[in-house]
Design a protein. Structure first.
Length: 85
């Protein structure tokens, strides 16, 4: 016995391209919200934009926030000066 739903409703986390393609290819109607795109500009900061304390226990971001929970990651595309905020 093979069951095939006529339509599916799901949380938007299940709205991946692969899932939507599968549903379309199998002629299953989907009711899955799309993620809303933000109008907010994404600003990425590089390591040079942060102040790391000498003891390496905390970092201060370009917005002035201090954290003791950080990871230093090497990504050459982000090792450039940040845009003015």
């Amino acid at each position: 016995m093979h069951l095939k739903p006529e339509q599916v409703a799901a949380d938007k986390v299940y709205g991946t391209i692969d899932n939507r393609a599968y549903l379309k290819d199998h002629e299953i109607v989907s009711n899955i919200q799309f993620y809303e795109e933000s109008d907010k500009e994404k600003i990425l900061f590089g390591i040079k934009d942060f102040i790391i304390t000498d003891d390496l226990k905390s970092a201060i971001c370009p917005n002035g926030l201090t954290t003791e929970d950080y990871i230093i990651s090497r990504n050459k595309t982000l090792d450039k000066p940040a845009k003015d905020i």
